[in-house]
Design a protein around this ligand. Structure first.
Ligand SMILES: [Zn+2]
Length: 472
């Protein structure tokens, strides 16, 4: 039952990079792409007209949170903490507001949050999502049944997902003056880890292999060395990736130095985390001051040679007044990079725009973070971090994860360079069809697998409950 997509401008993968093919055709059968080229003469059952559309590989959004996210909207922004851990960045959001939101939520609220987030992700062209989950902030004995229910919700949307329920040794918070404190979980931390491993073991490959699992130790500063070593051991055994938050704040960087007597990169090296299946979420503060080029030579070599991926989340940084210094430097050092949206908006176009523009400003250069390189991070970068040469690309043998982007609009026309349009001008609203695993889940801009008005209504109701319980 082959399906032919014709008359579009195709972003085809040539084995080394994305190339524009105009006009181009894509043919897929079942969940797999069987042909990408200029014309196709074979028999097909279904033909989809892509006139006025870019036909692109779906984004691999390699770091995001389905839960919590809606309840932080409007709370986290434009709020500073001059007396907190950093004078210029809003870390009160990270250390104080996020824990409070999680504590104030309940399982039903988190399911509503997840469904709403999934609708936005599907609508804006993220076909593979890497979700770092959370159950409860305080207590350490989060019920894995909540993680399982969220995995079911994800599975039912038709999206492709790597789900990583988080675990850690200790939690953090901030006092009324913004001072950060850490506290070991009184009980349950080890049980939570074992439950997460069991979840990863038993849920990997469900939903026709659209759902895969990942080990996700919460943050570099909340995990002791033994937990990280065990994480590596189980990841190798289960053959699944690992993702951690690291380089997220200057406070975290100095905390690791203080407690482990090494830098965060050295700590990850020592515990065996680095590798081609390992993703560092954030990677902003990997040295004093945050300039990547000032990392020690042995740290740069370790990240590069191990093929570790740094997943950047530039928007959440930028809106707090922070910058990654820089994506271009990482690129020039030969360190693998990907892109994720973190909390909201969950729109990879917005993330690509921010990644490119912030990098150009930091480097004071128009030729930093070129559009084609940023698009590569948003697709192949994430796919490679997951060990998936069959994702993030339009080529025979790849999964049929395909997104249509409208270019028949005043904003887009005329399209001289599709990469520059996508990175520097497009938004998720320009997406009008999304195919995952060979099935259309968004058509004419409408998500077919989610009752979106109901999801919005549910999350509005849940937010009133959560905000009513918030105690900052
Ligand atoms: Zn995150």
């Amino acid at each position: 039952m082959p399906t032919l997509i014709e008359n579009g401008t195709v972003i085809a993968w040539d084995g080394d990079c994305h190339r524009v093919m105009e006009p181009g055709v894509v043919v897929f059968e079942g969940n797999e792409i069987v042909f990408v080229g200029e014309t196709y003469d074979g028999d097909v059952d279904i033909t989809i007209d892509a006139t006025g559309r870019l036909v692109i590989p779906g984004f691999v959004n390699s770091h995001l949170h389905l839960t919590d996210t809606p309840f932080t909207k409007g709370y986290q922004e434009d709020v500073g903490s001059p007396s907190g851990p950093s004078g210029y960045q809003n870390y009160v959001a990270l250390y104080k507001m996020l824990p409070s939101v999680r504590k104030a939520s309940d399982p039903e609220a988190q399911y509503a949050a997840a469904l709403c987030a999934l609708a936005e992700l599907a609508r804006t062209g993220s076909t593979t999502i890497v979700e770092l989950g959370y159950d409860f902030e305080i207590g350490g004995d989060g019920d894995i049944a909540i993680t399982e229910r969220i995995a079911e919700i994800i599975g039912e949307t038709g999206l492709r997902c790597y789900s990583g329920p988080r675990f850690r040794t200790r939690f953090y918070g901030a006092d009324s003056k913004g001072g950060v404190f850490y506290e070991d979980y009184p009980n349950g931390a080890r049980q939570r880890f074992e439950d997460c491993v069991e979840f990863c073991r038993s849920w990997n490959g469900r939903y026709d292999d659209r759902l895969r699992t990942m080990l996700a130790p919460g943050q570099i500063d909340t995990c002791d060395a033994q937990l990280l070593k065990d994480t590596r051991r189980y990841a190798d055994e289960l053959k699944i990736p690992i993702q951690i938050h690291a380089g997220q704040s200057p406070f975290e960087f100095s905390r690791v130095k203080q407690t482990e007597h090494k830098t965060n990169v050295e700590y990850m090296m020592e515990t065996g985390l680095l590798g081609p299946d390992f993703i560092i979420g954030h990677g902003q503060f990997m040295s004093d001051g945050g300039d990547v080029a000032t990392m020690a030579k042995h740290e740069i070599a370790a990240l590069r040679d191990s093929k570790t991926t740094v997943c950047h989340l530039p928007w959440v940084k930028a809106r707090r007044g922070g910058v990654i210094n820089s994506i271009q430097k990482y690129h020039d050092l030969g360190i693998r990079q990907s892109l994720g949206t973190d909390n909201y908006p969950l729109d990879m176009f917005n993330e690509m725009l921010t990644a490119a523009v912030v990098c150009k400003i930091v480097e004071k250069s128009a030729v930093a973070a070129l559009s084609q390189d940023v698009f590569l991070m948003a697709t192949v970068g994430g796919a490679d971090a997951l060990g998936r040469p069959d994702l993030g690309r339009l080529a025979p043998g790849c999964k049929a994860d395909i997104v249509f982007v409208r270019i028949d609009t005043p904003k887009a026309a005329p399209v001289y360079d599709p990469f520059k349009f996508m990175v520097l001008a497009a938004t998720g609203d320009d997406v009008d069809r999304v195919i995952v695993d060979g099935k259309t889940i968004v058509d004419d801009g409408k998500v077919l697998t989610i009752d979106v008005p109901k999801a919005v209504q549910q999350v509005n109701e849940a937010s009133r409950r959560v905000w009513g319980r918030l105690d900052f």
